[in-house]
Design a protein around this ligand. Structure first.
Ligand code: DX5
Ligand code: ZN
Length: 224
């Protein structure tokens, strides 16, 4: 079993606050915040203002996934008292080591992510510096895509490297996790599982407590 990080990308934005409070109440370990700029990925989602307004409520800590070019220019905007991780893409960072140190200097844990076509070997010289490695199991940009099975062996590779070199990063998977794929996903030894469209559905309605019950049932598949 693993920790859960529901992605609000698939939530109903018209009642976002309620859904985030409910999923937090249901025991989500993190809230996965997918930020897209329409350049690094072919979609635009939302920015720091949305996350900051959620922060007025009782929510789980934020797991920020920046799918943006030049993330250094925006890092400080995502630092709040509840920001646990800020993750940037290896493919988007010209000076990845500098960016990772920049995140840490903000008092936040630093994550790095790789797309499905990027091998773990591209991270060889940064693994000792990061707190989180996020393996994309779909091409980033959209919720509700199908998991790409050959990405799963990267998690096993990272588990082995962590043991061999005594690294301390956590490993997270993002994309296409649902009832059909979760057993294979958990079988890799992954620590944190992101799930968007499996947790949030556009027709979810009801009070915070009713929603929390719904989300608790859906997360039970993944959670400790
Ligand atoms: C994709 C995002 C994911 C996405 C996952 O670019 O990074 O976090 O919301 O959505 P599902 O779980 O629906 O694949
Ligand atoms: Zn994500």
């Amino acid at each position: 079993m693993a920790q859960t990080s529901p992605s609000i990308l698939s939530a109903d934005f018209s009642t976002l606050g309620k859904q985030v409070v409910a999923v937090s109440k249901a025991g989500a370990d993190y809230i996965h915040v997918d930020v897209m700029d329409g350049h690094f990925v072919p979609n635009i989602s939302f920015g720091a203002a949305v996350m900051k307004s959620l922060n007025r409520h009782e929510t789980a800590p934020y797991d920020v996934h920046l799918m943006i070019e030049d993330p250094d220019d925006y890092l400080e905007d995502f630092v709040t008292d509840k920001t646990a991780f800020i993750t940037v893409h290896q493919e988007a960072c010209r000076h990845l080591h500098r960016t990772i140190q920049h995140i840490k200097s903000c008092g936040v844990k630093a994550g790095v992510s790789i797309n499905p076509a990027t091998p773990v070997s591209m991270l060889e010289n940064i693994l000792e510096d990061v707190d989180l490695v996020l393996i994309m199991s779909v091409n980033p940009g959209f919720g509700g895509q199908k998991l790409i099975p050959q990405t799963l062996s990267k998690i096993e590779e990272l588990v082995d490297l962590r043991e061999k070199y005594e690294y301390s990063y956590e490993i997270e998977i993002d994309g296409g996790v649902n009832a059909d794929t979760v057993a294979d996903v958990l079988g890799t030894g992954v620590d944190i599982v992101v799930a968007g469209s499996y947790i949030f559905r556009k027709d979810d309605k009801g009070s915070v407590d009713e929603l929390a019950e719904l989300y608790r049932d859906r997360m039970a598949l993944i959670a400790d």
